[in-house]
Design a protein around this ligand. Structure first.
Ligand SMILES: [Zn+2]
Length: 468
């Protein structure tokens, strides 16, 4: 058994079964970790015992609820003005061309680098929305889940927890439009995706504490409601479901044209959203959709830096939070890998649009009035829910996933612990993650990872090949 003694730890404040997401700082916290990598006991106002690992400030690790790992290698490469103008759709063409050269080895190398970077910034879990299934010619690999197995291998190299959600991608647009040439690597029917789950299941079960499976019908552009019902019928009722929706106004307009309603309205009415669902982006919502999505118990998967990078638009965060809507953070295209920066972006976008300050505090429910607390606690809870794993709470029975962090500020020790998350999100100095424990094992210690040099070298080689 391992035990950690923390001067301060962010403990849950309320009953998870009642849907509470609030947390609070506790002092003198002793956390026992069992042999399976789960938290066995948590005591506060405790005393350290011989053999305990003494640390300063401990937070539950963040889960990144929406990742396309390969896009990490594209970060910063698509920021050149185009004569014809540039938007999400032209970026997507560029992304398809980049992806066309991606090999299984490249995917694993890029994902391992990304997952290590996420650990170094406070994330201990990731949900991979995985759609590049086939070879560059669009032919299935001998094992149809070959690319998915590469993502599992990458997560195990880095030591991060993973929910792997293979994507169903059948059509190239609303109205059963055929796939484009560049989309042939995604081409799947319901049975193909269920077979991928079968192939992945033994590897996931062999590392069940760290790995889980989900499903991801790509979007209403690529999948019809009847197919989603067929997927749901083929898996158990606890499996997390992820879908992109309403990222772009053009997508909303096409949905209105073909289906006669807006995307999230269609998901609410024709699919039926509940707490197993994560609706990624959900950027363009009517007032009725805001209420419906919040009341469904689903998680809105916000990807602040990617949505800003792609010029998607602004999620109605204040209205959604006022309805008690659940949400979490996705790195998506990974132009930012830092959850504290992402949280700042969520709040600042609302301030700029509304010319007001401290808006996340308007959120319904009890808890801290500090914006940093509200943002961090809600995003940890939403990420955990969307992962479909017992993570996100420093409490008995949950995975021992935690980070030891300090403010990167010359006067870090001068701040009251109650202001720690406000400093981390808004103070401007950033956060140093000294250590990260995932499933009871230290994957990062003294800022170091046992295989960092190898992961970086393999990433450099893959990137050089891809952009060469
Ligand atoms: Zn996405």
């Amino acid at each position: 058994m391992t035990a950690i003694f923390a001067q301060h730890a962010r403990l849950p404040d309320g009953d998870a079964a009642l849907g509470g997401t609030a947390a609070r700082w506790a002092r003198g916290v002793r956390i026992e970790v069992d042999a399976q990598g789960n938290i066995g006991a948590v005591a506060e106002n405790a005393s350290p015992r011989p053999g305990d690992e003494a640390v300063s400030i401990v937070l539950p690790g963040m889960a990144d609820l929406h990742s396309h790992a390969f896009q990490r290698a594209m970060a910063g490469l698509a920021e050149t003005a185009q004569a014809a103008g540039d938007d999400f759709w032209s970026w997507r063409e560029w992304m398809y061309r980049f992806m066309a050269r991606l090999t299984p080895e490249d995917l694993q190398a890029i994902a391992a680098q990304l997952y290590l970077e996420k650990l170094q910034r406070g994330c201990t879990a990731v949900v991979e929305f995985h759609y590049v299934h086939h070879d560059p010619q669009g032919r299935p690999y001998a094992d149809p889940a070959h690319m998915g197995h590469r993502l599992i291998a990458a997560a195990q190299e880095a030591g991060i927890g993973l929910t792997l959600a293979p994507v169903l991608y059948t059509y190239g647009g609303f109205g059963r439009a055929p796939l484009q040439a560049h989309q042939q690597r995604f081409a799947t029917q319901v049975d193909d995706v269920l077979r991928m789950l079968q192939s992945l299941r033994p590897a996931v079960d062999a590392d069940a504490g760290q790995l889980a499976l989900g499903l991801a019908p790509h979007s209403l552009r690529a999948v019809e409601a009847a197919q989603i019902h067929a997927l749901l019928a083929g898996v158990d009722a606890a499996m997390p479901m992820h879908i992109h929706a309403a990222e772009q106004t053009r997508e909303v307009d096409a949905c209105l044209d073909v289906l006669g309603c807006r995307p999230v309205r269609h998901l609410l009415d024709a699919v039926g959203l509940d707490a197993r669902w994560c609706v990624v982006h959900a950027t363009h919502l009517s007032a009725g959709e805001v209420q419906g999505l919040a009341a469904s118990g689903a998680v809105a998967g916000l990807c602040p830096s990617t949505e800003a990078n792609l010029g998607d638009g602004l999620f109605p965060f204040v209205e959604y939070a006022a309805e008690g809507g659940r949400w979490g953070l996705g790195g998506d295209a990974h132009v930012c890998r830092d959850p504290f920066e992402e949280l700042r972006a969520v709040e600042y976008a609302q301030r700029l649009a509304r010319r007001r300050r401290n808006l996340a505090a308007v959120q319904a429910g009890a808890g801290s009035s500090r914006i940093g607390d509200r943002l961090w606690d809600a995003a940890v809870a939403g990420g955990a829910q969307a992962s479909g794993r017992r993570i996100g709470r420093l409490a008995p029975g949950y995975r021992a996933d935690l980070v030891v962090a300090r403010l990167a500020d010359a006067a870090a020790d001068a701040y009251d612990i109650e202001d720690w998350l406000n400093q981390a999100v808004f103070g401007g100095g950033g956060v140093q993650v000294a250590a990260a424990m995932v499933g009871g094992r230290w994957q990062l210690r003294d800022g170091q990872h046992r295989d960092a040099a190898g992961i970086h070298a393999r990433y450099r080689a893959a990137l050089a090949r891809l952009i060469g």
